[in-house]
Design a protein around this ligand. Structure first.
Ligand code: ACO
Length: 248
């Protein structure tokens, strides 16, 4: 049994508070039947021990009591994944409001080794993505991942995450100690007086006696548009007014 759940972290021991069904299923091939189903369920005081055991097996780092106390209050931000009614994965997130942004931080997302590549990780991440989309008020989603965890990096990249930073010596007790910060931007960080949500304050851009008033701008297209404006200024005659992004 040892190492079957967790070939990547063989120092971890499987102990006996996983269910008998789980243990017996791990001895065989992961069942991939037509009726296989993956569902997400709440974390409650009744199943928190399963979450702890799962995290101990899946991740090389340990999480303290405060982590699990907070998870119990996280609502939709913490979910267990069930494969044919067996707990095989979990995702735990929290809201981070540092750096003048509101970001969702994925603390842990993982599933037991024999149940990987069955779409369970995707199901958990899609749940998180739906959550932030419905909330509508997050700037980005981010997480830390060990630099050698290529499978997880590929997994997150598939969902539009990018490596935005590499932190040396982020981990204290595991090798390698460096972590990538993976991030998926939901709305760009707005600077220079431009408001959140992609609206630009009405602004006049003048050159060679010509003026363009930009009232509203989709910020994601701003670089492209501003370049176009300056090109336009060289050929246009008079004042051009752009009222909304659809008219650009
Ligand atoms: N190598 C390359 N691509 C991968 C891998 C891999 N090992 N795993 C997933 N992908 C990509 C593939 O494109 C895959 O689609 P495909 O199977 O059709 O090719 C796609 O991601 C979706 O895969 P899922 O089946 O949904 O992912 P899975 O259920 O296997 O979960 C996860 C992926 C969570 C990374 C899993 O491997 C795992 O639990 N790893 C151990 C824990 C971990 O490293 N967690 C993430 C880092 S820490 C954190 O999240 C905060």
């Amino acid at each position: 049994m040892k190492g079957l759940y967790n070939r990547k972290f063989p120092h971890k021991h499987i102990e006996n508070d996983l269910t008998i069904t789980q243990l017996s299923q791990c001895r065989n091939e992961t069942p991939r039947t037509e009726w296989s189903k993956t569902e997400l369920g709440d974390v409650t005081p009744h199943n928190i021990k399963q979450l702890k055991r799962l995290n101990e097996v899946v991740f090389p780092v340990s999480y303290n009591d405060k982590f699990y106390k907070d998870v119990l209050e996280a609502g939709e931000l913490a979910k267990l994944a069930y494969y044919n009614d067996i707990v095989v994965g979990a995702v735990c997130c929290r809201i981070d409001t540092s750096e003048n942004s509101r970001r969702l931080y994925i603390m842990t997302l993982g599933c037991l080794y024999p149940y990987r590549r069955l779409g369970i990780g995707s199901k958990m991440l899609e749940h998180v993505l739906n959550y932030v989309q419905q909330d509508g008020n997050f700037d980005s989603i981010f997480l830390h991942v060990q630099v050698n965890n290529e499978g997880a990096i590929d997994f997150y990249k598939k969902f539009g995450f990018e490596i935005v930073e590499t932190k040396e010596h982020y981990y204290k007790r595991i090798e390698p100690t460096d972590a990538h910060v993976l991030q998926k931007t939901l709305r760009p960080k707005i600077t220079n007086g431009v408001k959140n949500g992609g609206l630009l304050d009405p602004k006049k851009i003048s050159s060679q006696g010509l003026t363009i008033t930009v009232l509203q701008l989709d910020i994601t297209r701003s670089c492209e548009l501003v370049t176009s404006i300056y090109v336009l200024l060289n050929i246009a005659d008079g004042e051009v007014q752009i009222c909304n992004k659809d008219s650009t």
